[in-house]
Ligand binder design. Structure first.
Ligand SMILES: [Zn+2]
Length: 266
């Protein structure tokens, strides 16, 4: 079901996606600090001046102001523009994969939740329970109403495979490293992600998450961005692994990565 032709839909979704990204910036900053996400409106962290509506245009506003506050000239972190941009791009990805049906809204909500989780985990090394509960709520409601193409039993198995594997790795990590490697927040998030993915995609997403984290940690250590005993948030890798698994779905219901794997290995 497509309401508008793609030539109109894609620009509209880019703008809406960037606007949602702007809201996600607020969520990422305020939720871990237990602040309201509604009031007060956006303001400069330095001089507390509210940001004018004309300056609060996602992505563009940042570049028009050259990344600085109009009142006090303090620079804004470029990450705000990055979060808006990545939200806009992922909104288009979800649309191109799912079209404009019920599952578009479900997977879009999941994507936005994962963007928030990624940056909160990077900033604070936590995955707030509120985010996990929202994810669980969306999952249960969409399974109940059949809004996503996955069966209850597959969702439940996926949940236990995903969370159980993380829990197991966490235990082993604790035992070998003597410190927390996979947190309990990651395990709880795994319950939600496994439910959205089902068993087969859960295994793919876990594989991608660990492979990605290995590559990125290796590169960061090589470039001295990361010290040997630095704390590493795992939420971003789980988010990336999950989204890559979902977004590589073929139009016929298979998955490009899994197809490639099965044709190359067997
Ligand atoms: Zn200012």
């Amino acid at each position: 079901m497509n309401v508008l032709p793609d030539t109109l839909m894609i620009p509209v979704l880019l703008i809406l996606g960037a606007a949602f990204g702007s809201f996600l910036n607020v969520v990422i900053y305020r939720v871990p600090k237990k602040m309201s996400v509604i009031s007060p409106g956006s303001h400069c962290f330095s001089c507390k001046q509210p940001i004018k509506i004309k300056d609060n245009i996602p992505v563009l506003g940042y570049f028009l102001l050259e990344g600085r506050c109009r009142s006090c000239n303090e620079s804004f972190p470029s990450r705000y523009a990055f979060v808006e941009l990545i939200t806009a791009i992922l909104t288009i990805c979800v649309y191109l994969i799912y079209g404009m049906g019920q599952d578009f809204f479900i997977y879009l909500a999941l994507t936005y939740l994962l963007i928030a989780i990624t940056f909160v985990d990077i900033d604070h090394f936590i995955i707030p329970n509120g985010f996990v509960l929202i994810g669980l709520g969306i999952l249960v409601v969409s399974l109940f109403f059949g809004w996503i193409d996955i069966k209850w039993d597959d969702a439940v198995t996926g949940s236990f495979v995903f969370a159980g594997f993380l829990f197991g790795i966490g235990l082993i990590g604790q035992f070998i490293l003597g410190k927390e490697s996979i947190g309990f927040g990651d395990v709880k998030l795994g319950l939600v992600l496994g439910g959205f993915l089902g068993t087969e995609y859960s295994i793919l997403a876990l594989y991608l998450s660990f492979a990605l984290s290995a590559v990125i940690i290796f590169v960061m250590m090589g470039s001295k961005l990361l010290k040997k005993d630095s704390k590493i948030p795992f939420g971003p890798y789980l988010a990336a692994g999950t989204l890559i698994s979902l977004f590589t779905e073929t139009p016929y219901g298979g998955n490009y990565i899994l197809n490639w794997y099965y044709t190359t290995m067997f």
